[in-house]
Design a binder for this molecule. Structure first.
Ligand SMILES: [Mg+2]
Length: 143
């Protein structure tokens, strides 16, 4: 299988998507009812600015919508960048000058996420990595 290369002409291949919890913000004391209490992960804000100078950036979170305004507020407070909470259910990609906060997986050149594996077309390797990530042996025992 060949991984389809990015198309620089496509807006869906342009942006950078960055996960929020444990990628930008460190929540070392757990969920805490969803309160956003953490400090930036070291290097996160500088990297956010560096990527923002190059590409449109959206912040993706699995948090329910009721938390999105607080996510945007934390980002504004710590980065000084403008934010927009995604209100468009049909949005498929992001091209904009501010940080979009969304819980949709929009088209992107790359996603930065503390829970991700990189899929390169090899499901044998990916399955082994997935087993490891969820705490199982890399090679499942055959029965
Ligand atoms: Mg995360």
């Amino acid at each position: 299988m060949t991984v389809v290369p990015l198309d620089p002409a496509s807006p869906a291949s342009h942006a950078v998507g960055i996960d929020f919890d444990q990628t930008l913000v460190a929540h070392d004391d757990g969920w805490q009812d969803g309160r956003i209490y953490g400090k930036p992960v070291p290097g996160a804000i500088e990297s956010l600015h560096a990527l923002k100078r190059l590409r449109s950036v959206f912040i993706m979170t699995a948090r329910p919508r009721r938390f999105h305004a607080a996510v945007a507020g934390w980002l504004r407070e710590h980065s000084g960048l403008e934010t927009l909470v995604d209100e468009d259910p049909e949005r498929a990609y992001w091209q904009g000058d501010c940080l979009l906060v969304t819980n949709k997986k929009l088209g992107a050149a790359v996603y930065i996420d503390d829970r991700a594996l990189r899929f390169t077309g090899d499901w044998t390797a990916t399955l082994a990595q997935a087993h490891h990530a969820i705490g199982l042996p890399a090679t499942p025992a055959r029965t």
